[in-house]
Design a protein around this ligand. Sequence first.
Ligand SMILES: C[S@@+](CC[C@H](N)C(=O)[O-])C[C@H]1O[C@@H](n2cnc3c(N)ncnc32)[C@H](O)[C@@H]1O
Length: 280
Amino acid sequence: MTSTDTTFTPASHSASTSEQARNHIMASDPVSTRNVTTNPPKSVTQRTQLPQVSTATIFDGRNTPQNIASYGFFLGVLAGAGALIAYTYPGVQQLGIFCVALAVFHQMEYVATAMFNPNKLSLDSFLINHSAHYHMAHAAGLAEFLIEYWLFPNWKKPGLSSSIGAAVLVIGQAARTVAMFSAKSNFSHHIADRKVPGHQLVTTGIYSIMRHPSYFGFYWWAIGSQIMLLNPISLAAFAHILYRFFNDRIEYEEYTLIKFFGESYVQYRSRVGTLIPLIE
Ligand SMILES: C[S@@+](CC[C@H](N)C(=O)[O-])C[C@H]1O[C@@H](n2cnc3c(N)ncnc32)[C@H](O)[C@@H]1O
């Protein structure tokens, strides 16, 4: 029986459980004259109370409902702020769109995990805290945008290039989401080292067009974001770092997939490419 099963609430208790609660109070506090329904014992109120929230528990990286709700809330604020920037300041429209896109990306990571891998769901499912490198890359991209906008505002005017970048970003987001919705429980944010029961090789849908559609999506989302922000330095750096990251990751992941699925994966790999530049 779980603790929820034993939870005592005034609305749900029956006459007999009310009697038991009264007996409990009388046994533990023989001089008490308290009314059972208005003053339940401390042990009962403790079980019915929500956990106490202090600011110290928010954003401390722990997998608590408060942190998960706070991450969701702040992603909503980021999306709202981005939409406001894009609408109010057309000269830096792409910065606003970037904020919206970033919020949508992280929220969709959580939503897809909640839908298809609820047993793996945690604060990490937002994929916000996965590495310091990731934070540094976004910080560098934003810094480049702001510095160049300050020094050469004319360079940053939205136009054809930023529209192409936005389109590439949207294609990346779509590929990533379709991949997660297609692979369902076979998808996980961590590379599986051992084959879990039920893990099936997915080769249909978007997986018949490219072998690693979620990596394709992540790659082109990030490249598109830097084209959209008209950031030449970050674009070159992102292309290099992402190539190295996904090249190594795919090499290891495919080693595990061949262990799990043998000849079926070898055949699949020989007929379907990655569509990520320089990664076969
Ligand atoms: C982060 S997901 C990435 C999946 C895939 N590389 C992609 O980009 O869409 C990593 C997990 O997906 C699993 N995986 C990768 N390709 C798969 C496929 N074609 N069918 C089933 N599972 C796959 C791996 O075993 C790994 O645990």
